[in-house]
Design a protein around this ligand. Sequence first.
Ligand SMILES: Nc1ncnc2c1ncn2[C@@H]1O[C@H](COP(=O)(O)OP(=O)(O)OP(=O)(O)O)[C@@H](O)[C@H]1O
Ligand SMILES: [Mg+2]
Length: 218
Amino acid sequence: MVLNKRLPKKHKKIQLVTYLNADSVIADQFRTIRTNLKFLMEEKKSRVFLITSPGENEGKSTTVANLAVSIAQQKEKVLLIDANLRNSMLHQVFKIQNQTGLTDVLKGAISLKQAITFTDIGKLDILTSGPDVSNPTEILGSNDMASLLHDVADMYDIVLIDSPTILKSTETRVLANQCDGAVLVLHRGKTEMDKAVEAKRILDLAHANLLGVIINEK
Ligand SMILES: Nc1ncnc2c1ncn2[C@@H]1O[C@H](COP(=O)(O)OP(=O)(O)OP(=O)(O)O)[C@@H](O)[C@H]1O
Ligand SMILES: [Mg+2]
């Protein structure tokens, strides 16, 4: 899967090209990735996918947000979860609230249904990160998170999860183990080969099901 078209570069401003310019070449590339994922879903009955990358700023959030839109445009019921509690972005990308979100659910403060935000992009729902917590590894590695993933798998056709770097954060390893599949985003020209190999090794150690690699290029 190659995503090789340039998006205009702005500082940490993620573009929803699949929504804003659905006829573009890059939107078409997301449709190709979507088709591949759908094939895997049907083949293996998989629903919950983690998007991660070896390092920071390699395009995880950009990729997962655009992929979620692309899949929702196909009338699938999609949940996008922002599990990057260290640098959450999805509420900014979709311009939605983040006063409440995943961390509140995991703390038992509100219900899952209360925390989910609906969008007007097909049946795309978003579970934003919620307020910052001091213990992201602990909270995402909890039994409550495992049971949340179990619940959302029953509620949606597909669940996509944004996460921090796999090499630097333990919670991503735990999440990779709990998802049906993981997709690695590699940044052409930025991700070093040894880091990509190390990321794969860690996913293997976590008994994650590595579905494929998306090459991002800007
Ligand atoms: N294909 C692309 N074309 C242009 N800009 C891009 C592309 N992919 C990512 N970017 C830009 O690079 C920056 C980092 O992207 P993004 O936030 O998606 O990475 P990330 O891996 O999620 O980062 P983090 O590790 O902080 O979670 C953002 O400013 C984003 O707009
Ligand atoms: Mg990100």
